[in-house]
Design a protein around this ligand. Structure first.
Ligand SMILES: *[C@@H]1O[C@H](CO)[C@@H](O)[C@H](O)[C@H]1NC(C)=O
Ligand SMILES: *[C@@H]1O[C@H](CO)[C@@H](O)[C@H](O)[C@H]1NC(C)=O
Ligand SMILES: *[C@@H]1O[C@H](CO)[C@@H](O)[C@H](O)[C@H]1NC(C)=O
Ligand SMILES: *[C@@H]1O[C@H](CO)[C@@H](O)[C@H](O)[C@H]1NC(C)=O
Ligand SMILES: *[C@@H]1O[C@H](CO)[C@@H](O)[C@H](O)[C@H]1NC(C)=O
Ligand SMILES: *[C@@H]1O[C@H](CO)[C@@H](O)[C@H](O)[C@H]1NC(C)=O
Ligand SMILES: *[C@@H]1O[C@H](CO)[C@@H](O)[C@H](O)[C@H]1NC(C)=O
Length: 292
């Protein structure tokens, strides 16, 4: 008996469920088909999900409509994330993030709008992350940071100062080669002195080296010796070499100076007009050396 009743159950359930199924079928027939990212609004219309819109508006009547993501960030935009931030559209929504080099006071990553904007500069130098190479000091800047060579160091070849990847090495006195093919004892003596200065160079003593060098050039121009006997073209060659060489060296050595602008006295000879070496007009480079 018990078993017989139980066996009837599935049949009964079938009978009970049939009308329900038919009703469900009927109901979905009477509502319209609503596309992705939308839901039934009423018997004849669909409504796009929040953050989506169709070409005929949020609520639309049947037809080949699609609900597309609204780019809340695109102008004309109702969303304002505030300063030092970016608006990021997402599927069906958006969020605000701080610009690179900035972060929210709370440390959170995203925020909703301007009223929640607490984007502030990240001090990369004290953040503890590996930042600047140890041959440099880290300088925080608004939105970023830079690395500057320690005193007496200069950027390694391929690197520049004040970059995030600056890497430095001991600074050296730049090479200054004599003009080729000039036969002058006076000039040879000058370059021997330059070699001495070069050999003895210490970044910490750059100021003194610079003064000595300028003095050597002064003396050479004041007492040109056998240079005066050179043909004009060779004199030009020497004069150009002196000015270009001096400028190069000063420019480099000035980087070893702690701060301020390198100023030096254009006494006597370095005033080009005062030397007979410059009696003919030469294209003189301007000695304009500064150090930030
Ligand atoms: C459904 O909503 C739309 C938009 O509000 C309206 O125009 C339409 O008459 C409504 N249809 C029904 C059957 O209520
Ligand atoms: C949705 O689209 C309609 C028709 O293009 C437009 O008038 C309406 O402003 C849009 N709504 C939003 C929130 O973008
Ligand atoms: C250092 O960074 C600059 C700028 O990002 C890049 O152009 C340069 O190639 C880098 N230098 C080296 C040696 O990696
Ligand atoms: C002078 O300094 C610059 C910048 O530090 C460097 O690139 C250049 O190689 C130096 N010149 C010489 C001759 O060392
Ligand atoms: C470098 O500059 C600072 C501040 O500008 C100043 O106090 C200091 O005396 C300067 N040092 C030298 C060696 O000029
Ligand atoms: C520059 O020369 C003038 C006049 O010869 C002198 O009074 C001044 O002290 C000199 N300045 C420096 C920095 O040597
Ligand atoms: C020196 O150089 C700087 C930067 O290159 C320039 O702005 C300035 O005008 C120059 N000064 C002179 C007197 O040429």
């Amino acid at each position: 008996m018990r078993n017989g009743h139980l066996m009837l159950l599935p049949g009964l359930l079938m009978l009970l469920l049939l009308p329900l199924g038919a009703a469900a079928q009927k109901s979905s027939d009477s509502t319209r088909y609503c596309p992705a990212n939308s839901a039934v609004f009423n018997d004849t219309s669909c409504r796009c999900s929040p953050g989506f819109n169709s070409s005929s508006g949020e609520i639309f009547y049947s037809g080949p409509e699609r609900c597309e993501d609204i780019n809340e960030c695109a102008p004309p935009s109702l969303v304002s994330c505030g300063k030092f931030s970016n608006c990021q559209n997402t599927e069906g929504s958006y969020h605000c993030t701080c610009s690179p080099g900035y972060e929210l006071a709370s440390g959170a990553r995203v925020f909703r709008d301007e009223s929640e904007n607490t984007c502030q500069d990240v001090d990369e130098c004290s953040s503890g992350q590996p930042t600047c190479h140890k041959s440099t000091i880290c300088i925080n800047t608004v939105g970023s940071y830079k690395c500057r060579c320690l005193w007496g160091l200069e950027p390694k070849p391929g690197f520049q100062n004040n970059q995030p990847n600056t890497t430095c090495e001991e600074m050296s006195f730049p090479t200054w080669t004599p003009p080729p093919g000039i036969n002058s004892q006076r000039l040879s003596r000058f370059f021997e002195r330059v070699q001495d200065l070069r050999r003895d160079f210490k970044p910490a003593l750059a100021q003194g080296t610079i003064q000595d060098l300028i003095q050597e050039v002064d003396e050479l121009l004041e007492t040109p010796g056998d240079l005066e006997a050179l043909p004009c073209s060779e004199q030009h060659c020497v004069a150009t070499n002196l000015l270009v060489g001096l400028e190069d060296v000063l420019r480099n050595l000035s980087q070893a100076l702690p701060n301020g602008t390198l100023t030096f006295n254009e006494s006597a000879g370095t005033d080009p007009a005062a030397s007979s070496l410059f009696s003919e007009s030469v294209d003189l480079p301007i000695l304009n050396i500064s150090y930030q």
